[in-house]
Design a protein around this ligand. Structure first.
Ligand SMILES: [Zn+2]
Length: 294
């Protein structure tokens, strides 16, 4: 979802909550003459430009009547979900962070898997605890330095069951908590989104790809398990990640494949642009530490 649509969604949801609360208050007014009179007095005083002190005392009287009815004023003036923009979607710097988060959530179609660094401990997985702890430490440093990290791309590799997805999701959740937008999707879903973009004639088709390019962090889970679609799989992986790199944005990829297999599958051009040591930090979760090999 693009940012403008997400901002509209946030605004209209807040407007709907306010309208619902207003309607509830209007109905309550019809059930209590005392409240009706108190409300009328507050409005009249405001319109007549009475002193703040007078208005305050009339409001206190109204609150007291509400209290006797077992209700609270706050029920009828819902607080915005975002304290930064008040659910307007905008700040003086443009779109609010809540809009970016919302847009990425709508794009993934699901929230990030609920893993964090604390509930996704390295010692749960595999036998090679020092290597896993090292991987966790590396990713924690990555989060702390984000977005000014040395490498734009991260490759997390290890075979099935080594906790790659868990660690990737922990990174995503940590960065979301810090206000960055994160899009998390499987390689299958990534491939599918690119195919839809590639074959779409819709006027707003660019939004599909922009959602992948705009986020602060893109996580592609399990690269190498998707099928290779002609003119799509290899081309769009390169296009999306390369475009993100041009914008200085980070991409985290998890995979079962070792670098040699990645190069064979995605080609030399993609490999050397996206995955070489110059731009990509490789983090092994199992087996020989491939960073030491070259
Ligand atoms: Zn906001």
């Amino acid at each position: 979802m693009d940012l403008k649509t997400a901002a509209n969604l946030i605004r209209s949801e807040y407007a709907a909550r306010c309208a619902k609360a207003e309607e509830a208050y209007r109905r309550l007014l019809l059930t209590s003459d005392a409240l009706y009179e108190a409300e009328k007095a507050v409005r009249a005083a405001t319109l007549d430009g009475k002193s703040a002190k007078e208005i305050k005392s009339l409001e206190a009287k109204k609150a007291e009547i509400l209290g006797k009815l077992g209700r609270k004023e706050s029920e009828f003036s819902p607080a915005p979900r975002c304290k930064i923009c008040g659910d307007s979607g905008y700040t003086s710097n443009g779109f609010c962070e809540c809009v970016r988060r919302r847009a990425s959530r709508e794009t993934q179609g699901k929230a990030l898997p609920a893993f964090s660094f604390s509930n996704c401990d390295a010692s749960y997985f595999g036998d090679d605890v020092p290597m896993l702890e090292n991987a966790y430490g590396t990713m924690k440093i990555f989060c702390n330095k984000f977005p000014t990290t040395k490498n734009l791309n991260i490759l997390l590799f290890g075979s099935v069951g080594t906790g790659k997805t868990c660690l990737a999701a922990a990174v995503g959740n940590e960065l979301e908590k810090r206000g960055y937008s994160v899009v998390f999707l499987t390689a299958f879903r990534f491939n599918d989104t690119c195919l839809k973009y590639h074959t779409s004639f819709e006027a707003n088709r660019a939004d599909m790809l922009n959602a992948l390019i705009d986020s602060d962090l893109l996580i592609i889970d399990d690269l190498g398990t998707e099928s290779i679609l002609k003119n799509v799989t290899l081309e769009y992986l390169y296009t999306v990640v390369n475009e993100r790199m041009n914008l200085g944005k980070h991409t985290l990829i998890t995979t079962n494949l070792i670098p040699e297999q990645l190069e064979a599958r995605y080609g030399e051009r993609t490999f050397s642009r996206l995955f070489t040591q110059r731009v990509c930090l490789s983090v092994a979760l199992q087996g020989e530490d491939l960073r030491k090999r070259k």
